[in-house]
Design a protein around this ligand. Structure first.
Ligand code: OGA
Ligand code: NI
Length: 330
């Protein structure tokens, strides 16, 4: 089994839009993972981000520590070293950079002290990283909006339904990971099995490979395809579609001899959005009961709240040492 590849460049015509929506619908119901090509993000920009990231990770630890996450405070940004994050309860074998929407100190959300909102921590070197990351986040966020327009159509809603109700001001987190080769692959994951939290993850990866997806027929690889992003659905989309779409478990194992770079952008509901099922969502009883076997023991269909609540609870689990900086004190 291999994951579908969907060409977004067809969305310029009405019939193309319908075809894209139908393919996305099938992929979302089936495995919850697909590739997109024809997305309009330039290869030059992707290559620039990749080269600058490689340069950053190659620097000495004290230099990288200038932007360590502990300096990011509530905004929850910056660099974290190997073993710094526990996605599925054990330390991941990765180091990474955390970015988000660039907000100045006088933004009302920052003034109000909202966790995960604020300015990014950009390194002094390599000098171009700041501009490249901001440009990349803007370009891939636009892809997120386009994908959700197709998903709206696929669900029988008008194309702007998600934008009106959830993503006029999306929560966007962008991360750059470097996964060292696993020394003993039988013992450790680069990242253990998990699902993503929000709506869509749009991921670029270098040529190394190592991402694996849990399909109905077992684990399948999501190897790199030139100029394609890997897209997968998060917990909120599964909840909103009452199980029609799947927040699919995945994991990473870098068994190659070199470090692997990946670039996931998480395109998620607005922080204060109440995440409710879409109109006419038809409940998928089989999938809903399958929730009991979820990797984290949670049932996203039972949960209610704002996306910010959901995300903070997750952050508390994966970055236990940092949560004192991030959580509201009241
Ligand atoms: C994630 C994730 C996969 C990868 O960050 O949630 O699953 O290939 N990343 O880095
Ligand atoms: Ni993930």
């Amino acid at each position: 089994m291999s994951l579908p590849v969907i060409d977004l460049s067809r969305s310029r015509t009405a019939s193309g839009l319908d075809a894209v929506a139908a393919e996305i619908d099938a992929a979302c119901r089936d495995v919850g993972f697909f590739y997109v090509v024809g997305h309009g993000v330039s290869t030059e920009l992707q290559t620039r981000v990749e080269e600058l990231a490689r340069e950053f990770f190659a620097m000495a630890e004290p230099d990288k520590s200038d932007i360590a996450m502990r300096h990011g405070g509530r905004a929850w940004r910056g660099w974290f070293p190997l073993d710094g994050e526990l996605t599925s309860g054990v330390p991941d074998n990765k180091e990474g950079l955390y970015f988000g929407e660039e907000l100045s100190a006088d933004d009302p959300r920052v003034r109000a002290g909202l966790p995960l909102h604020g300015a990014n921590l950009f390194p002094r070197r390599p000098a171009g990283l700041r501009d490249a990351v901001l440009e990349y986040m803007a370009a891939v966020t636009a892809v997120g909006h386009r994908l959700l327009a197709s998903i709206s159509r696929a669900l029988g809603l008008d194309d702007r339904w998600f934008e009106r109700n959830l993503t006029a001001s999306p929560t966007v987190l962008f991360r750059i990971f470097q996964y060292p080769p696993l020394v003993d692959a039988s013992e450790r994951w680069s990242v253990g099995e998990h699902t993503d939290y929000g709506l869509l993850t749009v991921l670029a990866q270098d040529t190394t490979g190592g991402l694996e997806v849990r399909s109905p027929d077992g684990w399948v690889a999501a190897p790199p395809i030139a100029d394609a992003f890997v897209v997968n659905l998060g917990d909120m989309l599964e909840r909103m579609t009452a199980g029609r779409y799947r927040s699919t478990p995945h994991r990473v194992r870098n068994v190659s001899a070199r470090p692997r770079l990946s670039f996931p952008l998480f395109f998620d509901p607005a922080w204060d959005a109440d995440v409710l099922p879409v109109p006419d969502a038809s409940w998928d009883a089989e999938r809903a009961s399958g929730q009991a076997r979820r990797w984290d023991g949670l049932n996203v269909h039972d949960w209610t709240g704002t996306y910010g609540d959901y995300l903070l609870a997750k952050v508390a689990k994966v970055f236990p040492a940092l949560i004192g900086d991030v959580m509201p004190t009241s």
